[in-house]
Design a protein around this ligand. Structure first.
Ligand code: ADP
Length: 466
């Protein structure tokens, strides 16, 4: 089985969120199962040039002009080099994104032909790769890709890759496709629709999110299309990368620990508090709440800002690491001014600190409005840190509430400040009972979120398409 895997971000080379993590780990897990995977991704400035081998180039002809991409190979990866498009300080959000990601999508297919890789499956991810699905379905490509079947994975449906309809002409797409059943979305060209409409199979990153996106509440305007394609759509829960996220091996931690040496987690808690200049006694210290993530509406930052005072007033400490919208940065700074001895925010993307927070916190808070899968709650479970989550998407699928047998965390349902406050109250009560707290931590640590299970499901899906 040969799989061409196309993604705009692949950890550890590039990452803005969960897409990068998944695109790094899933192909690796597939390879371990004996699948032959070639991963194609842009050569971003963050990719180290070490060991890259020149594998020729491809030139694509667009109505706006030719685009040449150089293929740099480092098995099992092919990086597409195109300085005018990919040598930028941010991956997305540029005026020419339609051209950039059309070139990437078409370039990835052309690269596989150039290299002589004949895939059984082309697996594309999120809007930046949507046009690859359209190209395959419409026979835009030449014969060596003709027998390939296609899989498109939705990591986040909210990002639709929508561009002015002029892009249809600019990219040379046939206007007959500009319909509600095709790539038209609110009178724009939508790259994600090219994936959703034309891929042979659709997946998303958790079973609950697969259901939610078929409803008007969770469908971002695409629920009708997804209901029509429901037999082609399934949810496969992401795994986590246990090379990166293993509390026993994690190089970023002040003290490494496992379920058998859980007491050593305490060293990380004090290291985290020291790092942030927060003081706590060694004995009978207060609980530490934390979170890491994009400061975006999706993540429920407004709920967090409104509900945290309840926990802080009750004596808890809290730290937040994140980057994103200015209004949330302001909100966090204001909270820090109000609670200088209890609350700290670090604004920035800091991978080591994310690990230190996972290891040091007692509770990890994810009050998301929606959450396709979410990775941090699974990292938390591995690290003996109790997740407090809103019961949506992958959060619903991965955390077992305190009220249930085998509890691993705390869940709340309503997207409301009061609901999160009540969840914090339950957390404080749990923390006050060290035996119960320990049991919940250990239960979480025993869960298996390795990529092996997910990879087996993807492999079965590929096989069913052949
Ligand atoms: P999303 O993809 O919606 O951003 P996920 O939970 O699926 O959310 O994945 C986010 C990933 O990015 C996690 O690995 C998380 O630790 C990481 N991350 C997000 N923001 C930061 C940050 N400011 N510093 C370090 N890591 C971050």
């Amino acid at each position: 089985m040969k799989v061409l895997f196309i993604s705009s971000e692949v950890a550890p080379f590039s990452k803005t969120g969960g897409l990068g993590d998944v695109s790094g780990a899933l192909p690796r897990a597939l390879v371990q199962r004996g699948v032959d995977v070639l991963t194609v991704t842009p050569l971003w400035p963050t990719v180290s040039p070490d060991g890259l081998e020149d594998a020729g180039s491809v030139t694509l002809q667009f109505p706006f002009g030719p685009v040449t991409l150089t293929l740099l190979r480092k098995d099992p990866f092919v990086f597409l080099e195109c300085p005018p498009y990919f040598e930028r300080d941010s991956l997305y959000g540029h005026h020419d994104d339609a051209r950039r990601f059309a070139a990437f999508s078409m370039g990835a297919l052309a690269a596989s032909q150039r290299i002589g890789f004949q895939p059984d499956i082309v697996h594309a991810n999120d809007w930046p790769t949507g046009l690859a699905m359209l190209a395959l379905a419409r026979g835009f490509s030449t014969s060596s890709l003709k027998r390939a079947r296609s899989v498109f994975t939705i990591h986040n449906l909210a990002y639709t890759g929508s561009f002015s309809k002029d892009a249809m002409t600019d990219l040379g797409l046939p206007w007959e496709l500009f319909t509600a059943d095709g790539v038209e979305f609110h009178d724009h060209l939508s790259f994600i629709k090219a994936g959703l409409v034309y891929a042979d199979a659709l997946t998303t990153v958790s079973p609950t999110y697969a259901r939610e996106i078929q409803t008007p509440e969770g469908g971002h305007g695409l629920d009708g299309l997804l209901r029509r394609r429901s037999t082609a759509l399934r949810g496969i829960l992401n795994g986590i990368d246990l090379h990166e996220w293993d509390s026993e091996e994690d190089p970023h931690l002040a003290a490494r620990y496992s379920a058998a040496t859980l007491a050593k987690k305490e060293v990380n808690t004090h290291a985290l508090l020291d790092r942030f200049g927060l003081k706590a006694p060694k004995k009978n210290r207060p609980p530490v709440f934390g979170t890491v993530g994009r400061l975006a509406d999706q993540k429920g930052v407004e709920l967090l800002l409104a509900a945290l005072p309840r926990a802080l007033d009750a004596g808890a400490l809290a730290v937040v690491v994140g980057t994103g919208e200015a209004r949330f940065v302001e909100g966090l700074k204001a909270l820090q001014r109000r609670y200088p001895a209890r609350f700290r925010a670090h604004i920035g993307f800091d991978e080591p600190l994310a690990h230190q927070l996972e290891a040091g916190a007692d509770f990890f808070v994810m009050p998301s409005k929606y959450e396709p899968c979410g990775l941090n709650q699974m990292y938390s479970l591995r690290y003996g840190t109790v997740p407090i989550v809103r019961a949506v998407g992958g959060l619903e699928d991965t955390v077992v509430d305190l009220s249930r047998a085998g509890a691993t965390g705390i869940k709340f349902r309503d997207y409301a400040v009061h609901a999160l406050e009540l969840a914090f109250d339950r957390a404080l009560a749990l923390f006050a009972d060290p035996v119960a707290m320990n049991e919940v931590r250990l239960q979480g640590m025993s869960r298996d979120f390795s990529w092996g299970q997910a990879a087996a499901k993807y492999e079965a899906l590929y096989a069913s398409l052949r």
